[in-house]
Design a protein around this ligand. Structure first.
Ligand code: AMP
Length: 398
């Protein structure tokens, strides 16, 4: 038995979960938010209990100290030495990493070199790594990349039809995201299709960031997110794929500068942009149910984009055995699932049970499809942290 920590360091937060491995028992979890502020927030959950404190958190190093102290104070561990490995989520691994690796100087150099592709994320992951290294100097740490699972894509699936020398020189290509989640879901999902030879799945990770992946025999064949998390399906506040000329024209017509416009495509578009209501899909759904015309339009647009990708991946895979819904929206929103399923039913012979769609929410797993559906449809809650803990245990301690 060994205690292993899974962490996700953002630019102003450190999320953590401590596991007893290999049992995968969660000992505690929590988050330090508002790093860099006088009113930072530390939340820790353990043994059915929860504690929240507001305190100044000047930097990531201090955040790690707070987490360490918190775990000792709550008697979750007696000493920091009990933690035997730390796994970090890293958003962008470029073409360098097709699996998780130990953090060493080479990993640092490569993660650093990828900062231009994920400026906020990769910078924060490095800061987090160094903060943990200072607090736990003897403990091995690993990096688990969101892009690694998608490295099995073929050039036809990851290249953009731009001048080839740009793709080569600037490493411009589709990298995808949420790979750790897609990998977890594809592994859990296999039990639903024991009879299938090729295990063709379309996995819909639908959270505030969202991506759809085509998986065959456990390997990623294609994924919707692109060079950055702006691509793919329409999201809560991001556009997803669009004609690049939209950007060019808006730049010329609105008079806004490059950066402002780019931020608007990331933060003011998608369900939020079309409905004008909120970047939380729940509020858009509520308004659509009350008949708000632009909220209805936003939901319809969203459903069509998701359906389009499912159709595209059905063709790419040469069929499909299973469709999986997961993440915040996929696990919790009957309205969004319905918006997508209603648009693929006729073409793909997908039938689902409305009652099940209304009840499989909040962490439940199970079928949405009826027995006569041509493709099985299931909801599976995702768990990226356990994948990080598994890799940390397997790489460092096995
Ligand atoms: P994630 O990024 O996976 O944490 O998903 C967060 C998003 O999921 C939120 O922004 C909401 O759009 C959506 N969401 C979370 N909870 C619910 C819920 N109970 N019903 C509908 N949507 C939800």
């Amino acid at each position: 038995m060994a205690k292993v920590m899974a962490v996700n360091c953002g630019s102003s937060s450190v999320k953590f979960k401590l596991y007893e491995m290999p049992e995968e028992k969660v000992l505690c979890s929590g988050i330090v938010e508002r790093i860099g502020h006088d009113d930072g927030i530390f939340t820790i959950k353990w043994d059915g209990q929860k504690d929240t404190k507001t305190l100044p958190v000047p930097d990531h190093g201090y955040a790690v100290e707070i987490v360490a102290k918190g775990m000792i104070e709550k008697n979750i561990i007696a000493h920091l030495d009990e933690i035997k490995a730390v796994g970090h989520r890293v958003v962008q691994g470029g073409s360098y990493f097709s699996h998780s690796v130990l953090w060493d100087d080479d990993t640092v150099k490569k993660v650093e070199s990828l900062i231009p592709l994920a400026p906020l994320h990769n910078k924060a992951h490095l800061t987090g790594y160094f903060a943990f290294k200072k607090a736990l100097p003897k403990v091995p740490q690993i990096a688990v990349f969101d892009t690694a699972f998608h490295q099995t894509m073929e050039p036809e699936d990851y290249l953009y039809p731009i001048p080839y020398e740009y793709a080569e020189k600037y490493h411009i290509r589709r990298y995808g995201a949420h790979g750790t989640s897609h990998k977890y879901l594809s592994e859990v999902a296999e039990k639903y299709i024991p009879e299938s030879k090729d295990k063709k799945m379309i996995i819909c990770h639908l959270g505030s960031g969202a991506s759809i992946t085509a998986v065959k025999n456990g390997k990623c064949i294609a994924t919707s997110m692109g060079l950055t998390p702006l691509g793919g399906i329409m999201m809560n506040s991001r556009t997803g794929d669009m004609d690049p000329s939209v950007y060019y024209q808006l730049l010329a017509m609105s008079g806004k500068d490059n950066e402002t416009l780019f931020q608007e495509l990331n933060k003011k578009s998608g369900l939020y942009g079309v409905s004008g209501i909120s970047n939380d899909s729940r509020e858009v759904e509520d308004a659509a149910r009350e008949g708000h015309p632009r909220a209805v339009l936003a939901m319809n647009l969203w459903g069509r984009r998701v359906a389009d990708f499912i159709g595209q991946y059905y063709v790419r895979l040469g069929g499909c055995d299973l469709i999986v819904f997961s993440a915040g929206i996929g696990e919790n929103s009957p309205d969004c699932r319905e918006a997508a399923l209603d648009r693929i039913g006729e073409a793909l012979g997908v039938k689902y049970d409305k009652e099940l769609n209304n009840t499989i929410i909040r962490g439940k797993e199970g079928y949405l499809s009826t027995p006569d559906s041509k493709i099985k449809v299931v909801v599976i809650p995702t768990d990226e942290e356990v994948m990080i803990a598994r890799d940390a245990y397997n790489i460092c301690l096995k």
